[in-house]
Design a protein around this ligand. Sequence first.
Ligand SMILES: NC(=O)c1ccc[n+]([C@@H]2O[C@H](COP(=O)([O-])OP(=O)(O)OC[C@H]3O[C@@H](n4cnc5c(N)ncnc54)[C@H](OP(=O)(O)O)[C@@H]3O)[C@@H](O)[C@H]2O)c1
Length: 275
Amino acid sequence: MPNLKKKYGAKWALITGGSTGIGYQFAEDLASQDVNVVLLANNKDRLENAKTKINEKYPNVEVRTISVDLSGDALDLEKALDEHVAELNVNIVFSNAGYGTTFEFEEVGWEAVQKHINCNVVAHVKVAEWFLKQWKSRGKQATRGAIIFTSSVASYVPIEMLSELYGASKAYLSIFAGSFAIRTKKFGLDTLVIQPGPVTTRFSEVAKIGKDPLKKYFQRSPSSVSRLIFNALGKFTSIETGFFSVIVKALTRFLGKNLIVYVSQKTSPTTKKDK
Ligand SMILES: NC(=O)c1ccc[n+]([C@@H]2O[C@H](COP(=O)([O-])OP(=O)(O)OC[C@H]3O[C@@H](n4cnc5c(N)ncnc54)[C@H](OP(=O)(O)O)[C@@H]3O)[C@@H](O)[C@H]2O)c1
């Protein structure tokens, strides 16, 4: 794998959603290259567990944890970053935290809707804004840096399996990251947005996705996703992380969204049930 410590002169990296899954794996892989990591997530036990695991494997690497609920007010996130991260001069940021929902959004109350949008959209924009301001303030002292966003294959195509909110949140992120990449290259920043298909993490459990027959054929491991990020940084701004994502992207382009929505309406289990 390319050495990101050397590539970005990185002493520190910040990983949101770094306590489990894709974010944890990326943090561990950075630690293997002697990059110190700040893991930001909500659940304190899972954060501690992640810190212990990295410490055991890489005792020379410093691991810090920050517990913030990204579903809350983005200004709480800003405060935490100002207090705990600003002094570290991070060069690599992985804006990755997020979760899926399968609920019917009109049934769960506005608070749950707002929380989902806060975590999957607003928090990423806040991380990007905070980091870009920091980066610009370093001026000529800045060397190179990288920011990675975790979108999803769900950003390409309207689907019923997850709520309307999830794919929409990821579509926002994919477009946001692309435009961010255009404007910030001149500051020495590499931007990458990843569009994973199914990955073996806590995601399905958290989203309450039942059995998905396709999953076992297309699932990838967090380590394979992390490896792809290491290899793509600086070369690409947007990648699919597996065969499933490539196929879905191609099919969406080929069939068009009108046809996909029409066929889904005709075959939807909810539509059948409602008849
Ligand atoms: N796994 C997949 O199939 C898949 C496919 C496409 C995209 N993705 C995306 O990949 C990203 C990482 O998910 P994962 O698959 O690695 O699942 P995961 O193991 O559930 O990891 C999610 C991470 O996000 C954090 N997080 C979630 N809600 C949070 C909140 N309100 N405040 C702070 N942190 C929060 C979690 O920490 P806590 O435990 O503290 O909540 C955890 O560290 C997500 O953005 C997800 O949408 C996943």
